[in-house]
Design a protein around this ligand. Structure first.
Ligand code: MG
Ligand code: MG
Length: 278
């Protein structure tokens, strides 16, 4: 981990990244607003792309070699990297995770994800899936809150893992983790969702990272499907994925992909996000 090359961002650069973050967040919000039983994941993809382009930005997922869509849409036992398709139709009670990112004309990236239980399903199944999503989301915010006071980066992973363990017996994906964000969507450092022996790099102002817990109801073991993208649980249990891009600057932390900068969700941790001032 000492070999990681972390590109710290200036306040001016963080302000530019806020644009990418807001566009990413708004694309996800637009998708969330139209999720109903019967809609296809390809329709959701088109809404995300239209939203990103309406702000003059582009999908950064489409810049990933071999990937041709704006979102990843992962249903039930799929955890991440599901490919949108006209044949993947959402049913009542499905849990879907949507991952999306935008790159601005200035070349800065945002990256965020949420899970959602499609309304109208069997009550018991939906409640279990909602609890899974809530556990994953809570761990994301616990990790973001930990970043506000962290001196070494794995304090984030420790907080994410602790939150998940406090929520129940969930599996935490081991090989899929968060990352730095900047002019590239994926940069150093690695951001683990669990405690590691190495405490990780020193946390310094200018660090911008995507924190993205990925958890399952059952085993943490996953496999890649025949499409060579979709990551699905081996035991068929449901998965959830939540993600935000977060900046740490001299004045505090700022959740770039949250419309309110993270204020509402961080308040329970006694953390108040601080926008960058030039
Ligand atoms: Mg993502
Ligand atoms: Mg990411």
């Amino acid at each position: 981990m000492g070999r990681e090359k972390i590109t710290l961002k200036t306040n001016a650069e963080i302000l530019l990244m806020r644009e990418a973050g807001l566009i990413t967040g708004r694309a996800l919000e637009a998708v969330k607003n139209v999720i109903v039983p019967g809609i296809s994941t390809l329709e959701l993809d088109a809404i995300a792309e239209a939203t990103i382009e309406s702000f003059g930005a582009k999908s950064n997922f489409k810049l990933v070699a071999g990937y041709h869509h704006t979102i990843c849409a992962s249903i039930n036992d799929e955890v991440v990297h599901g490919i949108p398709s006209k044949d993947r139709i959402l049913a009542a009670g499905d849990i879907i995770s949507i991952d999306c990112g935008a790159i601005t004309p200035a070349g800065w990236n945002g990256d965020a994800a949420f899970s959602f239980v499609v309304p109208g399903g069997d009550e018991a199944v939906s409640a279990k899936r909602q609890a899974l999503s809530d556990a994953c989301e809570a761990s994301l915010w616990a990790g973001i809150a930990a970043l506000a006071t962290a001196t070494r980066l794995n304090e984030v992973g420790r907080a994410v893992e602790k939150s998940i363990r406090n929520s129940g017996r969930y599996g935490i994906l081991q090989d899929y983790i968060g990352h730095g964000v900047g002019r590239s969507m994926h940069e150093d450092p690695a951001v683990f969702n669990y405690q590691t022996r190495d405490l990780g790099p020193v946390v310094e102002p200018g660090l911008v990272i995507a924190i993205e817990p990925m958890i399952t109801v059952g085993s943490e073991k996953v496999r890649v499907l025949a499409d060579e993208w979709t990551i699905s649980t081996k035991d068929g249990s449901d998965g959830s994925h939540w993600e935000h891009t977060v900046a740490l600057h001299a004045g505090g932390i700022w959740v770039l992909t949250a419309e309110d900068g993270g204020e509402a969700c961080l308040s329970v941790y006694g953390v108040k996000p601080v926008p960058v001032n030039l």
